[in-house]
Structures are given as structure tokens and as C-alpha cells.
Design a protein around this ligand. Structure first.
Ligand SMILES: NC(=O)c1ccc[n+]([C@@H]2O[C@H](COP(=O)([O-])OP(=O)(O)OC[C@H]3O[C@@H](n4cnc5c(N)ncnc54)[C@H](OP(=O)(O)O)[C@@H]3O)[C@@H](O)[C@H]2O)c1
Length: 256
């Protein structure tokens, strides 16, 4: 557990720099898709097992988040405990359940992708961990605030859409299959990346319910990662399947 105190100016400066890197990453990803999943290729150096890569890069955030929280002296009787719980729920699923539900046997991802995701998750987990341990002060009345109530509803519905869509996409393959198909069910009827849409709604809700700079930072970084990916996925479906429905949007149902 880390006990050092971070000053407010240092914390804010770090977030500013981190956001700048996020904007650069967004622009880069608009031109070059991250090589994992359907875009995985061997031109990026050593490769690691896909499921192991997902477990390491997403599971690590549990530790980089919790290492900032002083378990003994932390006041667990505030809304911060619920916020910590929601964050852990997301990453326990993403790191230790989702990877083992995928049907990607034999598939690999570049080590560099795993390491860059480890960095992303370490920084975001730390920024939120430091927030809850050093800066956050939520009174019990926060539970009744519109920001908390609407944020929680968005977080839970985003998570539900994300999980449901991920598993609908995963189940397009029968066990043992490796290829890709056009999805026709759930939110896939409306957008090419329903799971990414759910993820953005989820972290939008989290930014709202925590009403915090690191929460907004995480949302911006999530958009920086997922908006370019959704554009690439949409383009990829149209190139691969001539019969792909023309009316389907990229990421936001009925809008874009
Ligand atoms: N917060 C963030 O910044 C962030 C960043 C990245 C990812 N994520 C989250 O991580 C999760 C996975 O992301 P992803 O980009 O890997 O999602 P994805 O490309 O949609 O893949 C999800 C799973 O479904 C399979 N799949 C997708 N489309 C398919 C199709 N048409 N036919 C057959 N199988 C299909 C994929 O297999 P393959 O792997 O073989 O393609 C993979 O196992 C999502 O929930 C996403 O929101 C979050």
C-alpha cells in the first residue's frame, strides 16, 4: 500500500499531461487501428496468448487502484465505498471473467498492446485510487443528488449493454469456430459496436456519479480509445460483408 501524499497541483498537472496524451492517442488511432481482436497482426513484435493478455492488462488495475487506498484508516461509511465497489465490479468482470468467456482459442495479441493497456490501466487506476484516498469528500446526502442517481442509472445500464453485447458477439461463434459473422441481435441492430457504446455510457455515468476530474479523464480516454475503434470496426464490416446493413450506425443508436 502506498502512503505518500500527492499535492493538489502535482495531481492536476499530471491529469493535464495525461489528457494531452489522450488527445494525441485519439488522433493516432483515427489513422491506425490498435492491432488486437479482428485487427491483430504479427507486424508488432512478440505476441502473447489473447486470453492471458486480456487477464493481465485488465486485471492489473484492481491492484493499481487498491494500492492507494488505506484500508485501515479509510472511512468506508460514505458514498465513496459504492463508487469503489462499482469500479471493482467492472474490472473483476473484465479481467477475470470476460477473457475466459471469449472464443479466441489459439489467437494472440501483440505484447506491445498488452503493455500499453497495462500503462493505461495503471495510470487510470492510480488517478482514481488517489482521488478516493486523498481528495474525495462525499457526504451521505450525495446519494440523493441528481448527479449520483442519474450517473448510477447510466453506469448500470451502460454496463448491462456492454456485457450483453460482448456476450452476444462472442456467441456468434460456435465453440471451435474462429471467423466473423454479421451480428443481428440486441443493440447490434442499431450500431456496429454495441459493446463499445455500452462502455462509453458506463464511464459517462461514472464521471457523473463521482463528479470528479479523474472520472471525466477516464471517460475522455475511453472515448479516445473506443471512438476510433468503432469507426474502424464499422468500415471493416462494410468491406468484409457486402450485404452489411447500410442503415446501421457506427456507435450511437439513431445518431452516428
Ligand atoms: N475502456 C476502454 O478504453 C476499453 C478499451 C478497449 C476495450 N474495452 C472493452 O473491452 C471489451 C472488448 O473490446 P474489443 O474491442 O475486443 O471488442 P470486439 O472487437 O467487439 O470483440 C469482443 C468479442 O467478441 C468477438 N467478436 C466481435 N465481433 C464478432 C463477430 N462479428 N463475429 C464473431 N466474433 C466477434 C471478438 O473476437 P475476436 O477477439 O477474435 O475479434 C471478442 O471475443 C469491450 O467491452 C470494450 O468496451 C474497453
Amino acid at each position: 500500500m502506498i502512503h505518500s501524499q500527492i499535492s493538489t497541483p502535482s495531481y492536476n498537472l499530471f491529469i493535464g499531461v495525461w489528457l494531452l496524451i489522450g488527445v494525441i492517442a485519439f488522433i493516432y488511432l483515427l489513422f491506425k487501428e490498435a492491432p488486437y481482436g479482428r485487427f491483430s497482426n504479427k507486424n508488432w513484435g512478440p505476441m502473447v496468448n489473447n486470453q492471458l493478455g486480456w487477464m493481465i492488462m485488465e486485471g492489473i488495475v484492481i491492484f493499481t487502484f487498491l494500492m492507494w487506498i488505506p484500508f485501515d484508516s479509510f472511512n468506508w461509511h460514505t458514498p465513496a465505498t459504492v463508487m469503489i465497489g462499482l469500479f471493482l465490479l467492472h474490472y473483476l468482470h473484465r479481467g477475470f471473467i470476460f477473457p475466459f468467456m471469449t472464443r479466441t482459442k489459439g489467437k494472440k495479441m501483440p505484447l506491445i498492446i498488452m503493455l500499453s493497456a497495462v500503462l493505461f490501466n495503471t495510470v487510470n487506476g492510480s488517478l482514481l485510487g488517489i482521488w478516493f484516498s486523498q481528495f474525495a469528500h462525499y457526504a451521505d446526502s450525495w446519494y440523493r443528488s441528481p448527479a449520483f442517481i442519474i450517473g448510477l442509472l447510466l453506469f448500470l445500464s451502460g454496463m448491462a449493454i456492454n456485457w450483453m453485447s460482448d456476450y452476444q458477439l462472442i456467441r456468434l461463434r460456435k465453440p471451435g469456430e474462429t471467423g466473423y459473422k454479421i451480428p443481428w441481435n440486441g443493440f447490434s441492430r442499431y450500431v456496429s459496436s454495441p459493446n463499445l457504446f455500452g462502455e462509453i455510457v458506463e464511464w459517462g455515468g461514472y464521471a457523473l456519479l463521482t463528479w470528479s476530474l479523474p472520472g471525466v479523464t477516464f471517460l475522455i480516454w475511453t472515448c479516445a480509445n473506443l471512438i476510433p475503434r468503432a469507426i474502424s470496426v464499422h468500415r471493416w464490416y462494410h468491406q468484409k460483408f457486402p450485404e452489411y446493413p447500410a442503415s446501421r450506425k457506427i456507435l450511437f443508436p439513431f445518431i452516428w
